[in-house]
Design a protein. Structure first.
Length: 126
């Protein structure tokens, strides 16, 4: 390899190294990533919401308290907790959750009777 070709290859790799270093320095020192400050559970994707509903359902099976379960579901989504529960069950069926997990969520849905739901609505002023 002649001297001019070696010099071009060296300068090519030197330019790449400088670009990588400059990009890392800019990303780490000048504009480091920051966590969102006003993130809420409403902003979660459907898969994460379904996972939280499943966790609520598992907790409900361990200690059946419909009022507490409705409170936890209301924290996940500001809308109607039963709609969230039905949407999570439907989503879980579409994406292939284990049938045991879907049954746990359906057990939570069955465990919330109309009287408990109406009581929860009146106590929360909805």
């Amino acid at each position: 390899m002649d001297k001019a070709k070696r010099r071009r290859v060296f300068l090519f790799f030197l330019t790449i190294a400088i670009g990588i270093c400059a990009g890392l320095a800019f990303g780490w020192l000048l504009m480091p990533p920051q966590a969102p400050t006003k993130a809420s559970l409403d902003d979660l994707r459907a898969d994460y919401k379904a996972d939280l509903v499943l966790m609520t359902a598992v907790k409900f099976l361990a200690a059946p308290d419909p009022m507490n379960a409705l409170d936890q579901l209301a924290r996940i989504d500001a809308g109607d907790p039963l709609t969230l529960l039905v949407n999570a069950i439907n989503y879980a069926g579409k994406v292939g959750y284990a049938s045991d997990d879907i049954q746990v969520m359906q057990a939570l849905f069955s465990g919330i009777d109309a009287q408990s739901y109406q009581l929860w609505l009146t106590e929360r002023g909805k």
